[in-house]
Design a protein around this ligand. Structure first.
Ligand code: PEP
Length: 256
C-alpha cells in the first residue's frame, strides 16, 4: 500500500508555550517516551527553546523544528529569523502558514509561498499548513480553498524540493477547540491535497508526499485519524505539551 512507503510524521507544535527551563523538563520526559517510535518525531518549539531542544535531542530520534521563518535571507528585518539562522543551529523543520499566523499576523498565501521557498533554499523541511474556517466549510468551498492554498504555497517549488515538503491539513475550526474533524472529513481533504499535488507534480511525487492532519488530535482520537489511508501523521498542538499524551499519538502513528 502507498501509505507504507511514506514517512509518517508526528510533529508537536508548542506554540507560545514553555520557557527554556520548562522545555528542558518536557524534553527530558519526551526522550524515553518516544524512543521506540516507528514514525518520525518532531517538536516545533518557540525560537527561544531551539538551542535547548537541539542540544538535548542530539543522539535521540527527536527532530527539532521552528514555528516560523522569514522569507528574506538576511538584512533589515528587525525581530525576524532567517532559514540560515535555523539550519545553523541544527533545526530541521519549520511550520509555515499556521492558521494562527494567518489570523493574527497577516500571513497570506503569498507570504506562505515565499517562506516555503526560503525554507527549502535554506535546507529546512517546511510543514505547510492549510485549512478552511467553519464558515468556508459551511459554504461548501473547503476543497477549492485548500487546493488553492496548496497551489499557491507550492508555486515555484521544484519536484526535487517537494520531497522535503510536508503539508498539514488543519481545519481552523478544529484547532485548539476540542472539535476534531471526523476521520472521514480528514481523509477527504488529505486525499484532495494529494490529488492536487499529483496534478502539479505527477503521481509518483504525490504518492511520496507526507500529508498530516492537525486539529485537536489527541491520545483518544489519534488512532482512528491516523488509520486513514491519506493521513500520514499529525501536527499536534495542545497534546504535544504532555509527554505521555504525545507518546500515545506517536504510538498510534507507528501502527498507522
Ligand atoms: C496546531 O496548533 O497546529 C493544532 C493542531 O493545535 P491543537 O492540536 O491544540 O488543536
Amino acid at each position: 500500500m502507498d501509505k507504507q512507503n511514506r514517512k509518517a510524521i508526528i510533529a508537536g507544535n508548542w506554540k507560545m508555550n514553555k520557557t527554556a527551563t520548562e522545555a528542558k523538563a518536557l524534553i527530558h520526559e519526551l526522550i524515553p517516551a518516544v524512543k521506540d517510535a516507528g514514525c518520525e518525531v518532531v517538536i516545533c518549539v518557540p525560537f527561544t527553546d531551539l538551542v535547548t531542544a537541539v542540544e538535548l535531542t542530539k543522539g535521540t530520534n527527536i527532530h527539532v523544528g521552528a514555528e516560523n521563518v522569514h522569507f528574506e535571507k538576511s538584512g533589515a528585518f528587525t525581530g525576524e529569523i532567517s532559514a540560515d539562522m535555523l539550519t545553523d543551529l541544527g533545526v530541521e523543520y519549520v511550520v509555515i502558514g499556521h492558521s494562527e499566523r494567518r489570523q493574527y499576523f497577516a500571513e497570506t498565501d503569498e507570504t506562505v509561498n515565499k517562506r516555503t521557498k526560503a525554507a527549502l533554499a535554506g535546507g529546512l523541511k517546511p510543514i505547510v499548513c492549510v485549512g478552511e474556517s467553519l464558515t468556508q466549510r459551511e459554504q461548501g468551498v473547503t476543497e477549492e480553498l485548500v487546493r488553492m492554498q496548496v497551489k499557491i504555497a507550492l508555486n515555484g517549488v521544484t519536484e526535487d524540493e517537494l520531497k522535503n515538503v510536508v503539508i498539514a491539513y488543519e481545519p481552523i475550526w478544529a484547532i485548539g477547540t476540542g472539535k476534531t474533524a471526523t476521520s472521514d472529513q480528514a481523509e477527504e481533504v488529505c486525499a484532495a491535497i494529494r490529488k492536487v499535488v499529483g496534478e502539479l507534480y505527477g503521481e509518483t511525487a504525490a504518492k511520496g508526499l507526507t500529508v498530516q492532519y492537525g486539529g485537536s488530535m489527541n491520545a483518544k482520537n489519534a488512532e482512528e485519524l491516523l488509520g486513514k489511508p491519506n493521513v500520514d501523521g499529525g501536527l499536534i498542538g495542545g497534546a504535544s505539551l504532555k509527554a505521555d499524551q504525545f507518546a500515545i499519538i506517536v504510538d498510534a502513528a507507528t501502527k498507522g
